[in-house]
Design a binder for this molecule. Sequence first.
Ligand code: GLU
Length: 282
Amino acid sequence: MTLITRFAPSPTGLLHLGHAHSALSGWTAARTGGGRFLLRIEDIDPHRCRPGFDAALLEDLAWLGLDWDGPVRRQSQHMDDYAAALARLEDRGVIYPCFCSRKEIAAEIAAAGHAPHGPDGPLYPGLCRHLTADQRQARMARAADGWALRLDVDKAKALAGPLRWFDRARGWQEATPEILGDVVLARKHTPTSYHLSVTVDDALQGITRVTRGEDLFFATHLHRLLQALLDLPVPEWHHHGLLTNEQGERLSKRDGARSLRSLRDAGLPAAAVRAMAGFPPS
Ligand code: GLU
């Protein structure tokens, strides 16, 4: 089987050394393993993504010496694919509408005193999970701001049965998507979500090894469940370590000084920047 890896940035800022590390992880694996390396731009959020950053990231990756196979896939041009996946999940009965505002969720969590926590914070307390069909209809009729669609994770897990996934660094993992709770899979203004689109796209693009940072390790439990519900092929995962700044903090887009662009503007050659990103010349 041909190895197919990918880099999937969101154009919400300039690429920094952490992105370079991620891109180089996928690219090096593909180029040294006779495989293919694909580029996907995750631009589903119109409020956070900017066309200027899209153009800048292509230019920065090319300057760094990376090339990719086939056309770049832009998620904003494939909303139909995500709508089809969502409809399939709805058919399977594992999706429910949620009318809660962030404020209502926070108030419910505060009132409960102890809310179960997942890797990304407190879990959704389930206010809308058990509404009756009539109650849902009534809420939909008067929901001026629309509603979100959430995954009923317990129901979905029961339907899919036990699942495992393989991480190249940590080995086989028992899928425990319930640690993330009933995640939102679509919102009114963005009728998909990171979790849904990434799962659909990795399958549609034929990715055999998902290469990304270990900050997304826990998300993989959920992606594995979505794959099972949607009958998608199962790749393996490589969650690489994250680069940190001098203070030991994870690099973020706020570290403007470390953007690839600023390093290039300061006169550093691409080879030096690749070395700073953890890929010295071999
Ligand atoms: N688009 C995500 C990000 O920029 C990465 C998604 C992934 O690699 O799965 O953080």
